[in-house]
Design a binder for this molecule. Structure first.
Ligand SMILES: [Zn+2]
Length: 168
């Protein structure tokens, strides 16, 4: 009888482990207005405004709870360009507060192919929405991979599941 109990516990634990090893990772930053996430494009990155608009909208296209709009004030996400700065990264997302994020693009971004520019934007907006980098096992099903590209410029299944889990 005890052996059976141990077996049941072991099986539950094994199932739990396999689920947690194959899931998105949440940052804990949750926006209070997911249905109307407002973003503003700085003049410093305005030359990429059309891809910023298109790429940000992919989150709303793929995730039922997400809506986005381009605004001139009261934004939640501020797109900023530091395109003269070569610091080894394409872009970063800084969580200034729970409702205000700054996404900054650096010089390496300029030389990316257009699909990778888009993928970088989608990735950074994923951070702004509350996703951390996914586990390596999920790299092919997530735009939130820590390193490298999938050459798919929209949220993938792991990302969509993550957003559905954050914004129920
Ligand atoms: Zn990242």
């Amino acid at each position: 009888m005890m052996k059976k109990m141990y077996l049941v516990f072991f099986l539950i634990f094994a199932v739990f482990l396999s689920i947690s090893a194959n899931a998105f990772i949440k940052s804990g930053y949750v926006l209070s207005n997911p249905g109307n996430v407002k973003y503003k494009i700085s003049s410093t990155i305005m030359q990429y405004s059309s891809t910023l608009v298109t790429s940000t909208a992919t989150w709303a296209d793929k995730c039922a709870k997400i809506g986005v709009s381009n605004v001139s004030s009261d934004e939640n996400i501020y797109f900023y360009g530091d395109l003269g700065v070569a610091n080894g990264t394409y872009a970063t997302c800084h969580h200034t507060s729970s409702s205000y994020k700054v996404i900054t693009f650096y010089s390496s971004f300029v030389n990316l192919s257009s699909v990778r520019k888009n993928e970088t934007i989608v990735h950074e907006v994923g951070h702004a929405l509350g996703l951390n980098h996914t586990q390596t096992a999920n790299d092919t099903i997530s735009v939130m991979r820590a390193v490298g590209f999938n050459d798919k410029d929209y949220p993938l299944s792991d990302d969509i599941a993550g957003i559905a889990d954050i914004y129920k």
